[in-house]
Write a protein that binds this ligand. Structure first.
Ligand code: PHE
Length: 338
């Protein structure tokens, strides 16, 4: 019987199908629009009228049977394929993870942040000036006119006769005082440039400038604030001392030493046996500078200070060559992870 042969053939081929796709093709071969079972139904017309009902019944039964068989095989195939997919995607959660390299702040950035933290705790606000400056802001307004011998204290990179790379963040003092009237408590971090190059000097380095202008500001205020800074930055027992110095924009001017945080003042290689380490320049803002910025020097007074951030970082972390701070060798930088 034709229907029986077709049933057997369909069953065999369906069971041999190895994927949903192959199974679908077998199904179409028998039940599709041009499939073998469909062809039988179409051929009914050629069958003698008296045999037609019985034939039609057989073919319909075959179609239903095959449909049932295909749908159960399809279901089984879907489940098998899903299991294979899941097995292939399985992850071993006990496998060790890949190690990630963790970044850290550069010691100069870290020191700058420490300083900003200390001084903002005392009420200072951060102000940043430009790195490319005019001669006016970097020198003239800071009481250092052309031909002033103090210009030789800093080897300047000039861009034109009147435009230069700032040699000091002190230029920011003028820019701020032009914008804001006292009371002023400014902290100004930034890059500065000088034609200078050895183990402790680099042509580019960073400074942190401080400026306080208000009524009745004295050198005692400067000294008290410096002591506070030294204790916060170096050690709780740090002290400061002032030595006379000279800057055109401060009068009087001082060099500030901090007691050696390594030996506590007894004398060691870091402080070269003196017990003291020079850390910054400072002084009372020169009357002429206040005048240049439109601040009345009889009503207001102020102090200013400027420190090298690399120098502070080198002292604090025992770094003996400033080049280590610009080479950015990760073996060096790694030591500052915390
Ligand atoms: N600008 C000075 C320097 O670079 C430091 C300084 C700042 C001194 C402010 C006094 C007051 O050497």
């Amino acid at each position: 019987m034709e229907t029986e042969n077709i049933e057997e053939e369909a069953q065999r081929e369906a069971e041999e199908a190895s994927s949903s796709r192959a199974l679908y093709e077998v199904k179409m071969k028998f039940l599709g629009r041009t499939g073998k079972v469909t062809a039988l139904l179409k051929g009914m017309r050629e069958i003698a009228a008296e045999h037609r009902p019985a034939f039609g019944k057989r073919v319909n039964e075959l179609r239903e049977k095959l449909e049932g068989m295909f749908s159960s095989l399809e279901e089984r195939m879907r489940r098998r394929e899903m299991e294979e997919k899941l097995a292939g995607e399985r992850i071993d959660v006990t496998m060790p993870g890949r190690r990630r390299q963790r970044g850290a702040l550069h010691p100069v950035t870290r020191t700058a942040y420490e300083l900003i933290d200390i001084f903002s705790g005392m009420g200072f606000e951060v102000f940043e000036g430009p790195e490319v400056e005019t001669d006016h802001y970097n020198f003239t307004a800071l009481n250092t006119p052309a031909d002033h011998p103090a210009r030789d204290m800093q080897d300047t990179f000039y861009i034109t006769d009147s435009i230069l790379l700032r040699t000091q963040t002190s230029a920011g003092q003028i820019r701020l005082m032009e914008k804001k009237s006292p009371p002023i408590k400014m902290l100004s971090p930034g890059r500065v440039f000088r034609s200078d190059d050895d183990a402790t000097h680099s042509p580019m380095f960073h400074q942190m400038e401080g400026l306080v202008v208000d009524r009745h500001i004295t050198l005692c205020d400067l000294k008290g604030m410096l002591d506070e800074f030294a204790r916060a930055e170096f050690s709780s027992s740090s002290k400061t001392r002032l030595r006379p110095s000279y800057f055109p924009f401060t009068e009087p001017s001082v060099e500030v030493d901090v007691s050696c945080h390594i030996c506590g003042g007894k004398g060691c290689p870091l402080c070269k046996g003196t017990g003291w380490i020079e850390v910054l320049g400072a002084g009372m803002v020169n009357r002429r500078v206040l005048e240049n910025c439109g601040v009345d020097p009889d009503a207001y007074s102020g102090f200013a200070f400027g420190m090298g951030i690399e120098r502070i970082a080198m002292l604090k972390y025992g770094i003996n060559n400033i080049k280590l701070l610009t080479e950015n060798d990760t073996r060096f930088l790694e030591q500052f992870e915390d």
